[in-house]
Design a protein around this ligand. Structure first.
Ligand code: AMP
Length: 528
């Protein structure tokens, strides 16, 4: 066996695979590892600065991390919470966790102290990996919540995680896992204001990954332009799994940067993005058929794609965006086809192993083109919400269908049309915001009687958060004061872009606030 080659960034450079023994058969990690290319020097990741990481590097580094985490006492089924910037090592940390049978719990870097405290209390992780500059803050919260270990990982592989992992062996026998063992918990905002931890099993992630890699025609010839965050299902599971299962390569951008994307498009073949990415690309005349000529596929999802964007994209590039639909709780559920008709304003038919139907509130299945709530069932659908059995029971039908909360219809061709959201979710720049969470904080402020938070159409973000407040006294509160207060407590994407003060909120006969009336009133707020 060859020793790993040392580099300045770590000790994990390796082109030797350390496969597990044959007795371990169905762990998610092993299934992914078995798809690594025979030539382990094949590139998995290239960064915008041209630094490359091979499949062998991913294998060796994930082994070292798995070894470190287990040496710190993490055992199969324990949670490892991760709030770090996107980097190759952050992906290897995910692989290290599933290699060791640990439950990976990614968190948006925008989350603030109060939110972190809730996640630590709710999920009781044994290890928390944070950005180096937030170590002291996170340690204080971890101490209060009884989280034993805090490690750090920076964008340049700086911090204690990689320093401590460097001395660990580059081999690690993958821990045996059953299909229904947990692989990850992803928090999704709750209508009650408290985020819910969606429990994803080994099979949930594997089934979705293997289906999509095939459906979207990934091969080792592909290069994915990866500009999504990796704390969300879209960028982490959908994008990275498609790449690793096909032995292809990805350009790993820390975030969406239009100039970087434009310069890498000619060397890429596939891009996955939220609609905002495509709106931003279309905003410059330099986004042309020429610059996209090497691209075989652009995929859009996580928020509704406006028909204007679909049409402008086709006119400009000659290519039809492929829109798909999914959510944290189930990964992907439907997709427009690779071959065949991609229909604007639809999210395509159900994936091969997924069943979808539209029902009324009582669960009666509705017919073609009838509008109701979309339900889905399949190996991709999550195992329930962590420590919330009642909430889980509420969202599943007796026959195993998950009630998505999205309002939809299914046409005669079997294509699903998403027509709205029953849960009042606001999606801004691809991130979900449940109004209740923001409203609860506003209502606690001195001088506030009540508030309503809505999403208003925004040319860049898709939707922007807007707060409408009834104050005890006119002019006692200012827009700036409210925004500053919320900013100190919540991730930036949840902070209202505008705040309005009104005498009273519009209500229906049942006393419910009519958010549709507010949305109508403020709909032109961000119009150009
Ligand atoms: P998340 O859990 O962050 O992935 O958000 C899931 C929600 O995003 C879904 O419940 C939908 O409301 C919305 N969503 C995802 N994809 C689409 C799409 N293609 N069109 C419309 N809404 C979408």
């Amino acid at each position: 066996m060859l020793p790993a080659q040392k580099t300045e960034r770590g000790s994990y450079r390796s082109n030797v695979i350390h496969r597990g023994s044959s007795k371990v058969t169905n762990s998610l990690f092993l299934r992914i590892q078995n798809r690594f290319p025979a030539d382990l020097s094949s590139i998995l990741i290239e960064t915008p600065t041209g630094q490359t990481y091979s499949y062998g590097d991913a294998d060796a580094c994930s082994a070292q991390i798995a070894g470190l985490l287990t040496s710190l006492g993490a055992k199969k089924g324990d949670r490892v919470a991760v709030q770090v910037d996107k980097s190759p090592e952050a992906l290897f940390l995910y692989l290290g966790c599933i290699r060791a049978g640990l439950v990976y719990l990614p968190l948006n870097t925008a989350y603030q102290a109060g939110e972190l405290s809730y996640f630590m209390e709710n999920a009781s992780p044994v290890i928390f990996v944070c950005q180096p500059h937030r170590e002291a803050e996170v340690k204080a919260i971890a101490d209060a919540q009884g989280v034993a270990q805090v490690l750090t990982l920076g964008m340049e592989a700086d911090g204690s995680l990689m320093a401590d992992a460097a001395s660990r062996p580059t081999a690690f026998e993958p821990v045996d896992c059953a299909d229904d063992d947990l692989a990850a918990i992803l928090y999704t905002s709750g209508t009650t204001g408290k985020p819910k931890g969606a429990m994803m099993t080994q099979m949930n992630l594997w089934s979705n990954a293997s289906t999509l890699e095939k459906l979207w025609g990934f091969t080792s010839e592909d290069t994915l332009l990866h500009a999504l965050p990796i704390f969300h299902t879209h960028g982490l599971f959908i994008a990275c799994h498609c790449v690793m299962l096909s032995g292809s390569k990805m350009f790993f951008l820390p975030k969406f940067d239009r100039d970087q994307v434009m310069s890498l498009l000619p060397r890429s073949t596939v891009m996955m993005g939220v609609p905002t990415f495509y709106v931003r690309l279309l905003s410059g005349d330099d986004f042309t058929a020429d610059v996209t000529s090497n691209m075989r596929l652009f995929i859009s999802g996580s928020a509704p794609l406006l028909p204007e964007t679909f049409t402008a994209f086709k006119e400009r590039t000659g290519k039809a965006l492929l829109e798909r639909y999914g959510m944290t709780e189930m990964g992907m559920a439907t997709s427009n086809p690779l071959e065949g008709e991609r229909i604007v304003h639809t999210v395509g038919p159900a994936l091969p192993d997924v069943d979808v139907r539209v029902c009324d509130e009582d669960g009666t299945v509705l017919g073609t083109d009838e509008i109701g709530v979309l339900e889905a069932r399949g190996p991709n659908v999550f195992a329930g919400y962590w420590k919330m059995p009642e909430k889980t029971a509420e969202e599943f039908r007796q026959d195993g269908f998950f009630i998505t909360g999205d309002i939809a219809k299914i046409d005669a061709k079997g294509y699903v049309h998403i027509v709205g959201r029953s849960k009042d979710l606001v999606i801004s720049g691809g991130f979900n915001i449940y109004p209740k969470e923001v409203e609860t904080l506003i209502d606690k402020m001195d001088g506030v009687v009540e508030s309503a938070v809505i999403g208003v159409g925004h040319p860049d973000f898709g939707e922007a958060v807007v707060a409408v407040i009834v104050a005890e006294q006119k002019d006692a509160l200012s827009e700036d004061a409210v925004i500053t207060d919320i900013k100190s407590q919540l991730a930036n994407f949840k902070v209202p872009k505008r705040v309005f003060f009104v005498d009273e909120l519009p209500r229906n006969a049942m006393g419910k606030v009519q958010k549709n009336v507010l949305r109508e009133e403020y709909k032109a707020l961000f119009a150009n």
